[in-house]
Design a protein around this ligand. Structure first.
Ligand SMILES: C[S@@+](CC[C@H](N)C(=O)[O-])C[C@H]1O[C@@H](n2cnc3c(N)ncnc32)[C@H](O)[C@@H]1O
Length: 202
């Protein structure tokens, strides 16, 4: 997240909640900026002002365009019984808003303008779906559920799984129609190589 003009303010102004979040598992990576104090807020308003506004974070517009270009809205709409959609490292749900609700960055920003506006999602889902949000931040997951973005919210540290948790998450992922993970994998200690050509076949 961020770019050449990215700010490092969040890194040096950690709240206790942010430090707890970090201690829980948000790995420090030299490749990635850290906004842990924002992820543990009760609402997405700081995410909107300090990331989307200040850093001109427009990633969701690209993700949305690519989702549309690949025909994935039609795919999701055609899933019998509703599309099972899982957003990994979902945070407050900006990716879900872009892909499941078809919202642009401008629309997400308007929806997250303040504590009142963000209580409900401004646009309905584009297709029948059961959405699961998975993230380290309990407050972000709780927000997503209360706003109606996630039907199911799972708070967990994806870098610290017991064998049983791994098995349960593996089974849950296997039953999804769509798995998405944006601005996410860099936080995770992956046990596979993303450059592995065999992955393209999956
Ligand atoms: C940059 S945000 C991504 C939000 C959204 N998907 C996007 O594209 O903007 C990264 C998210 O990863 C979560 N995260 C970091 N480390 C994690 C871990 N070990 N397990 C689960 N989630 C983690 C953070 O809490 C944060 O919500």
């Amino acid at each position: 997240m961020g770019g050449a003009n990215s700010k490092t303010e969040a890194v040096c102004c950690k709240t206790e909640a942010a430090m707890a979040h970090e201690a829980k598992g948000a790995a420090i990576s030299p490749k990635k900026q850290h906004f842990d104090d924002i992820y543990v807020e009760r609402t997405p308003v700081a995410f909107k002002t300090r990331i989307m506004d200040s850093l001109d974070y427009v990633c969701d517009n690209y993700t949305k365009s690519e989702f549309e270009r690949q025909g994935l809205i039609e795919f999701c709409a055609g899933v019998q019984g509703g599309c099972k959609f899982l957003d990994l490292c979902c945070c407050f749900g900006n990716t879900t808003m872009a892909l499941v609700h078809g919202m642009s960055v401008a629309e997400i920003k308007a929806n997250w303008a303040d504590d009142e506006a963000c209580k409900k999602v401004a646009k309905p889902r584009l297709f029948p779906a059961t959405v699961t949000g998975v993230d380290l931040s309990a407050s972000a997951v709780a927000y997503g559920q209360s706003a109606g973005l996630y039907d199911t919210g799972i708070q967990c540290d994806l870098n610290k799984w017991s064998a049983a948790q791994q098995q349960a998450m593996g089974a849950l992922m296997a039953e999804q129609d769509v798995l998405c993970a944006t601005a996410a994998l860099v936080y995770l200690e992956l046990t596979f190589n993303l450059a592995d050509p065999q992955l393209e076949q999956v």
